[in-house]
Design a binder for this molecule. Structure first.
Ligand code: TYD
Length: 137
């Protein structure tokens, strides 16, 4: 599984730092939705799903957290701890987010509006979907 991380330009000066995200420029899809999570309770692990079509970029704009990725063949752990670094996820990838620092703010850019029918929330279903995809290649 290839880990795709984007490093966004920082427009920093003596006043501080600034990052700009622009759809189809430094973000590789139309951004229909942005959501973010913070105040994540210590020890909490969330996510536990895959998406059928959705593309996302995860940016830990403050603090740090880790992302567990599973494509049904292998798993990888990715640390996000830079406000100008984005993890791109597309395709059938099971993801879990964990190890949130108390000050973590995890922002997600998404290519589609919230749609529960795009979620696979059952791990066995996810594995079956991966096997189906392999079969059709
Ligand atoms: P949930 O899917 O449990 O978060 P995650 O699996 O990423 O940890 O989402 C928590 C709640 O927020 C759930 O009631 C659905 C709602 N929600 C929206 O309304 N819109 C969104 O874009 C997202 C991501 C979640």
């Amino acid at each position: 599984m290839e880990i795709i991380k984007y490093t966004f330009d920082i427009h920093g000066d003596d006043r501080g730092q600034l990052v700009a995200l622009e759809e189809l420029k430094n973000v590789p899809f139309d951004v229909k939705r942005v959501y973010y999570m913070w105040d994540t309770v210590e020890g909490v692990r969330r996510g536990f799903h895959a998406h059928k079509e959705l593309k996302q970029i995860l940016i830990c704009v403050h603090g740090s957290c880790k992302i567990h990725l599973d494509d049904g063949r292998e798993t990888k752990e990715v640390l996000l701890n830079k406000a100008n670094e984005g993890l791109y996820i597309e395709g059938l990838i099971w993801r879990e987010m964990y190890d949130f620092s108390p000050d973590a703010v995890l922002m997600v850019l998404a290519s589609e509006y919230y749609d529960e029918s795009d979620y696979i929330r059952n791990y066995d279903e996810f594995r079956a979907a991966v096997n189906n995809t392999k079969g059709s290649c």
